[in-house]
Design a binder for this molecule. Structure first.
Ligand code: B12
Ligand code: SF4
Ligand code: SF4
Length: 375
């Protein structure tokens, strides 16, 4: 049977095209089946932190039919990004596994476009819209409704045979499909490994994440100063965090094929904080061209490295931290002061005592007072 065969149903065509494009799993739902319990509650509790765009997405998520009037079906695709990578635990700068290769937004979008082209050829006028990550639709929820797995207590989708080291992506189409949602039962049982391992206690309850406390949010999405009380808990993570996924027993059974596109960049296999702290804006952009790490921008990348430096206990980093302290103000000076205080408290106090009288930046003054204990 070819995709053009009239015997092939729309649902089979959608699933088949996604699998042929390289995805490991695919499923289909009617767009009218999309519902998302608790989203408004989550927003109202402020758990999205500074991700203000989620408010705008709220209207779309509550009424997909109004936002996408031509859409009749949603095809959901899952691709594993593989994990047979060197463990970053021994490194002083840790990047989440998903972000160590090429930017998945680009790689996955290419795969979606290949599938979309095949579907459009077989069924012209399918109005295909390819969405990955930035879509105003909850991809985990779509995957759950399509029977691709269950949502674990860490709030990510777990495919029973593949675990949770996976990306999700969507195709919105005008094709009518005959499918019934088959939500898999939740299979966490008594396990609480992900909740227990989270260093910042980001789960107020199982299945609910308070993004404001999540290291992934803090290092990637949060702009400006990171709350003082959370900094010591962030360890060496400079972009994202893997701890709750890594703790999950379901990943032990996973197959984890490593796709070439997601292989880690050489540069991240051995990136030392000392050299990362010394990167200029231009050097940062060159080093991470085509990588998800560009998302933070240079200032926030260096901010994250300063926190990792402060948590490293490695006094060799003092010169690199002091260099930033002297050359920059605002966010970078605040975090450099904090890092210096953790690595060499006397030097930080001396700096604060000398500079406080002439410092005008409110956040820098507040950090100095906190270090001097006069806040
Ligand atoms: C915003 C976002 C984040 C935020 C919030 C995370 C989150 N848990 O949603 C931050 C920045 C923290 C984040 C981190 C990560 N993310 Co992210 N993220 C997204 C994004 C863009 C939207 C997800 C979303 O809408 N979240 C909002 C909340 C409301 O959704 P929720 O967790 O499903 O919340 C529900 C529960 O709280 C539930 N609930 C149940 N009972 C109750 C009771 C109460 C009282 C309440 C209030 C709620 C509640 O209802 C809520 C609404 O449905 C998606 C892409 C997309 N467009 O879908 C990727 C996505 C979810 N992320 C992904 C990944 C890989 C990650 C990280 C692993 C990256 C990393 N290594 O650093 C971490 C994982 C952290 C974690 N434990 O979740 C993947 C997940 C793939 C998978 N297999 O599940 C996605 C799908 C991206 C992709 N295209 O592949 N992410
Ligand atoms: S990604 Fe890290 S900080 Fe965020 S919930 Fe998981 S373990 Fe906690
Ligand atoms: S670590 Fe345990 S509780 Fe957490 S998602 Fe995995 S099985 Fe569920």
């Amino acid at each position: 049977m070819t995709p053009y065969d009239p015997g092939v149903t729309n649902a089979e065509l959608l699933r088949g095209a996604l699998l042929r494009a390289g995805f490991h799993e695919a499923g289909v739902i009617q767009s009218s089946a999309y519902t998302e319990p608790h989203f408004r509650e989550w927003l109202a509790a402020g758990m999205h932190g500074g991700m203000h765009w989620m408010h705008e997405h709220g209207a779309v998520r509550a009424d997909l039919a109004a936002a996408f009037p031509k859409t009749r079906s949603i095809a959901i695709a899952l691709v594993e990004y593989g994990t047979d990578l060197p463990d970053s635990a021994a490194m002083n700068s840790r990047v989440a596994t998903y972000a160590r290769g090429h930017d998945y937004h680009l790689v996955v979008k290419d795969m979606l476009n290949a599938a979309a082209a095949e579907i459009e050829t077989a069924r012209p006028g399918s109005s295909i819209r390819a969405l990955v990550d930035t879509s105003p639709i909850n991809e985990k929820r779509c995957a759950e409704l399509a029977g691709l797995g269950f949502i674990g207590k860490h709030t990510n989708l777990i495919h029973p045979a593949r675990g949770s080291w996976s990306f999700l992506a969507l195709l919105l189409t005008a094709l009518e499909v005959e499918v019934t949602p088959v939500v898999q039962p939740e299979r966490c049982g008594q396990c609480t490994a992900c909740l227990d391992v989270c260093p910042t206690k980001a789960f107020p309850q199982p299945f609910v994440l308070d993004a404001r406390r999540c290291i992934s949010y803090l290092t990637i999405e949060h702009r400006g100063i990171i709350p003082r009380e959370l900094r010591p808990l962030m360890g060496g993570w400079i972009f994202g965090c893997d701890l709750c996924l890594a703790a999950c027993p379901w990943n032990r059974f996973a197959r984890h094929p490593v796709s070439v596109a997601f292989r880690p960049r050489e540069v991240l296999a051995s990136a030392e904080l000392e050299s990362l702290l010394g990167l200029s804006d231009l050097a940062f952009r060159r080093m991470f061209d085509g990588s998800p790490l560009l998302r933070t921008g240079w200032i926030h990348f260096v901010r994250n490295c300063l926190i990792a430096a402060g948590n490293s206990g490695d006094r060799k980093l003092v010169p690199a931290v002091t260099h930033i302290l002297k050359r920059h103000d605002g966010v970078l000076r605040v975090h450099a002061l904090w890092a210096l205080a953790r690595l060499d408290d006397d030097a930080a106090r001396l700096w604060c005592n000398t500079m406080l009288p002439t410092t005008t930046h409110t956040d820098v003054c507040a950090e100095m007072r906190a270090i001097l204990g006069t806040a």
